[in-house]
Design a protein around this ligand. Structure first.
Ligand code: DGJ
Length: 346
């Protein structure tokens, strides 16, 4: 009896420490512990599903406002169920070499990884700003690995299509063509650029979209042949209203469909006008559940960057566009009810 008590108390203690907690739901905006009981440190996430496992890549941040530049690199986590994540370490490390583009103290943002089935390489693109130059460089960085979790080798950085590139994402279409979407022209206009077949550089084919709309934080998915986009306005680390758009063709025309957010985050009392306190970063297709997508947002804490939170909410498709409804807690069974994820109500 006594031993049973001790075992139970140790179990309770480790659960309260988050050490062996098994999650079965998403809790947007809350601390999200990994397998070691540490808040997940992978901001501006990009996800990749590869051979039965999801991989979550993101900016590793440190404490304080120092965490707004890169001291460590790109962190990667792995999960089979999307709720429980194991720390797989640093996929791309910043460099100690003073002349490296990715020297410690540079800015690495919004890393996204795609897999090239032809070359069998994992290719990472990220927004790169050179050390000490704030946001002036407006470059994209590329890194490559043979193994999904890395180590990724930095290849080079440049202004894609010879133009400025800041917030960015990648998208691989059904025909394996990959696209780079980035905020260009001083964030005024978004560019969509087809990548080369090896995904390592721009192909030269690109379009300008949402002209002068100051659209950043691009995220994209494809459902039933249509492309859906969620982005934000341009207000630094401060939240603003999300935007959405739809297109029949990747290169447009893109039609804006308004702010998809509905509801209020009770913790900060922020609703659609501030995207619940968040900013879009990625749209994740859920494997094995047709039409199931999760919209991912970052809740920035620029004064203590490491404390940034994650808002993951189901993406609902309406007759006119998209809906992202606030939920304090939810799980993937949400997608099992067809009237829920194909909502008719706006
Ligand atoms: C908003 C962007 O979306 C972030 O990735 C970051 O660049 C901040 N601005 C910096 O203020």
């Amino acid at each position: 009896m006594k031993i049973a008590h001790i075992v139970l108390s140790i179990f309770a203690l480790s659960v309260s420490n988050g050490l062996c907690e098994t999650r079965s739901a998403f809790e947007p905006g809350k601390i999200w512990l990994d397998n070691n009981g540490v808040h997940i440190n992978a901001h501006s996430a990009g996800l990749l599903f590869h051979e039965g496992t999801y991989y979550w890549f993101g900016e590793h941040k440190i404490e304080g406002d120092a965490g707004n530049v890169a001291h460590v690199g790109v962190h990667v986590y792995a999960s089979k169920d999307l709720y429980n994540w194991s720390d797989e370490g640093i996929a791309l490390k910043v460099s100690d070499a003073p002349n490296s583009d990715i020297v410690k103290g540079c800015i690495i943002e919004r890393p996204k990884v795609i897999y090239n089935a032809k070359t069998k390489k994992f290719v990472m693109w990220f927004h790169l700003e050179l050390k000490g130059k704030r946001y002036a460089a407006a470059r994209s960085g590329v890194a490559v690995a043979d193994k999904v979790t890395g180590p990724y080798t930095f290849t080079n950085s440049f202004r894609p299509d010879n133009t400025m590139a800041r917030d960015q994402t990648l998208f691989v279409d059904d025909d394996n063509k990959a696209y780079h979407l980035y905020a260009s022209e001083d964030n005024k206009t978004l560019h969509i650029s087809l990548l080369s077949d090896d995904y390592l550089q721009p192909s030269g084919k690109n379009v300008r979209v949402f002209e002068n709309r100051m659209m950043e934080a691009p995220s994209i998915c494809k459902r039933k042949g249509k492309y859906y986009f969620i982005g934000s306005g341009c207000t630094g680390w401060a939240p603003n209203a999300a935007r959405s758009a739809v297109a029949d063709n990747m290169f447009g025309p893109w039609v804006e469909t308004g702010n998809p957010c509905v509801g209020i985050n009770p913790e900060n009392k922020m609703g659609p006008e501030k995207t619940f306190g968040g900013q879009s970063t990625y749209i994740l297709p859920v494997q094995g559940k047709p039409d199931a997508f999760i919209a991912l947002f970052d809740l920035w804490r620029p004064k203590n960057a490491i404390d940034g939170r994650y808002i993951w909410l189901p993406l609902q498709f309406t007759e006119t566009g998209l809906k992202v409804e606030w939920m304090d807690k939810w799980d993937l069974s949400f997608f099992d009810c067809p009237t829920q994820n194909v909502s008719k109500v706006r």
